[in-house]
Design a protein around this ligand. Structure first.
Ligand code: ZN
Length: 159
């Protein structure tokens, strides 16, 4: 496994549409492992492949609620309902956050690491993360949806 460099806003790779993954290959397996390592190292809730410069439809999410990482290949939103408004951030927009309104409930389909079709129903933070990450795959950042201005996030200093 290896840490990958997280691309930041302004890098054109973040505004491109990603291609679907048609089969699991050693390259994709390594990509997923590296994305997980990179997300945890950066204390992120989610990471999409274009954020490490790879234009494939792969996202990893871990909301830290104890269920472990969710790896989604070719994710699609099937349903969304309700509304939640809250602060959102992105590893590609370091040190900033802004208020975004998202659906409070979503159903999404995806393939797991064995390329098995799966469905997930999610609410609150996980629903927000799924929407945020899927948008990365189509070249969109949350900053396009922010209500008001971005604000600075103050991180606690690590010992
Ligand atoms: Zn993001």
């Amino acid at each position: 496994m290896a840490l990958r460099t997280i691309r930041v806003q302004g890098d054109p790779v973040l505004n491109k549409t990603c291609r679907e993954v048609m089969e699991m290959t050693p390259r994709v397996e390594i990509l997923i492992e590296d994305m997980l390592e990179t997300m945890y190292e950066a204390n992120g809730v989610g990471l999409a492949a274009p954020q490490v410069g790879i234009l494939r439809r792969v996202v990893v999410i871990d909301t830290g609620e104890g269920e472990g990482p969710l790896v989604m290949i070719n994710p699609k939103l099937l349903e969304s309902s309700g509304e939640q408004t809250g602060d959102e951030g992105c590893l590609s927009v370091p040190g900033k956050a802004g208020v975004v309104t998202r659906p409070n409930h979503v159903v999404a389909s995806y393939l797991d690491e064995e390329m098995k079709p799966c469905e997930i129903e999610a609410t609150e933070l996980l629903a927000r993360a799924i929407c945020h990450e899927i948008e990365h795959l189509d070249g969109h950042l949350y900053t396009e949806k922010v209500e008001g201005d971005l604000h600075d996030v103050v991180y606690e200093e690590e010992e």
